[in-house]
Design a protein around this ligand. Structure first.
Ligand SMILES: NC(=O)c1ccc[n+]([C@@H]2O[C@H](COP(=O)([O-])OP(=O)(O)OC[C@H]3O[C@@H](n4cnc5c(N)ncnc54)[C@H](O)[C@@H]3O)[C@@H](O)[C@H]2O)c1
Length: 360
């Protein structure tokens, strides 16, 4: 198993990356503390594939295991689901030494993390991410939370996991569209901080699509290293460093909102947002045409959409960008690439954003 450590002092933790390692999860959880109660938070879809293995692995390591199963889907990422987890924990008399185990994608991880952050003012939790998005992004960094009817991820807390444990074999059952959407976030890491990794992705498209084990391990590990470094630098997004992870997200979030979260998976919208950001950077004289084109071409080679459809109203996208929770003081801060591997934050007025989005 490969190990990446998130250097956050007493809140630091390991990310363990392997293949066919799920049966050893319990033994690793056992090293985390004296607690003997574990609750697995998952959904029906993921449970059908992996619950039995995870349950018996924890039981074998002497955990008293219970399962809290939630409905599958972003629309269930609500405060109601959190109450449901809390009710389960109260009913089973979970104490402060208890452990929550998040088994699933980003939706489950964000919710289990938030339930762990708030139950008894904070208990430990372990991320067992089973999607590309969750393995390369959401399980690392401690952002937890749920959606509010007026916006995504508006309610939440920073709460770092005690361990992130990924078995890459779980990706084999992931629907193809989910796999591809996760790859948009992978490409993002190359653009924001690692040109060599971007070259590697360009050279290994077929291998990545086939989930070739050595290549997949390298890709997941490199993304985790890059995310861990950013999080260690700026845990709570106060210095601006963590904001670079939002590359492609300003337009992406707006596009999701305008299409009412129905048309695009998050990663698909981020891919389109990356191309839009690259075009804006090129138009502003920050990025060369060739570097812009490489981003679009790579996304396209992975079968990802790259264009905002003509029938989507650009003005509505620009308006949604100004409503995003990351807009500050009437200005919209966008992450723009100067070249592949190097980005900077640029603030635009709402008027300028309207003009720029019109041209994407
Ligand atoms: N906390 C963070 O830093 C952060 C970062 C990025 C995204 N997110 C959040 O993550 C969420 C998106 O996560 P996601 O893309 O993983 O979506 P998801 O959790 O909804 O999972 C996608 C689908 O795949 C299914 N699934 C999961 N693993 C599977 C497997 N191995 N085999 C078969 N099916 C499987 C799920 O049940 C679901 O239907 C969003 O809510 C987003 O806000 C959080």
């Amino acid at each position: 198993m490969e190990k990446v450590t998130v250097q956050l002092g007493e809140r630091g933790y390991d990310i363990l990356i392997g293949s066919a390692t799920l049966p050893t999860l319990g033994a690793h959880c056992r090293t985390l503390g004296p607690g003997t109660a574990a609750t697995i938070v998952t959904n029906q879809t993921v449970a059908a594939h992996y619950l039995t293995t995870v349950q018996s692995s924890l039981a074998k390591a002497d955990f008293d295991v219970s399962v809290c199963e939630l409905e599958d889907g972003e629309r269930f990422k609500t405060i109601r689901s959190i109450s449901h987890i809390h009710d389960h924990l109260v009913a089973r008399r979970m104490d402060r030494n208890g452990l929550l185990v998040a088994l699933g994608g980003g939706v489950i991880g964000d919710m289990a993390g938030f339930a762990a952050a708030t139950f008894l003012r904070g208990i430990g939790f372990v991320q067992v991410p089973t999607t590309v998005v969750a393995q390369v992004d959401s399980s690392v960094g401690g952002k937890t939370g749920v959606n509010h009817p007026r916006g995504k991820n508006l309610i939440g807390a920073f709460h770092q996991p005690r361990l992130v444990f990924m078995d890459m074999n779980t990706l084999a059952t992931l629907p193809r569209r989910e796999l591809l959407a996760g790859i948009a976030e992978v490409i993002k890491y190359g653009v924001i901080s690692d040109p060599v990794f971007f070259d590697y992705l360009e050279a290994n498209v077929e291998e990545i699509l086939a989930l070739e084990p050595g290549v997949t391990a390298h890709v997941v590990r490199r993304c985790c290293e890059l995310k861990a470094a950013v999080v260690a630098d700026d845990e709570r997004e106060t210095s601006g460093r963590r904001a670079i992870l939002n590359y492609g997200h300003t337009v992406g979030h707006a596009l999701e909102a305008v299409t009412r979260y129905r048309r695009y998976l998050h990663g698909e919208a981020v891919g389109i947002g990356m191309v839009a950001a690259a075009r804006i950077a090129h138009r502003e004289g920050i990025l060369d045409e060739d570097q812009m084109e490489r981003q679009r071409t790579l996304l396209q080679r992975f079968g990802l959409p790259t264009e905002i459809p003509a029938r989507i109203d650009r003005a509505a996208v620009a308006d949604a960008m100004t409503l995003d929770k990351k807009a500050a003081g009437g200005h919209i801060r966008m992450v723009l690439a100067e070249r592949i591997g190097q980005v900077k934050l640029v603030a635009f007025s709402a008027e300028k954003v309207r003009e720029l989005v019109r041209g994407t």
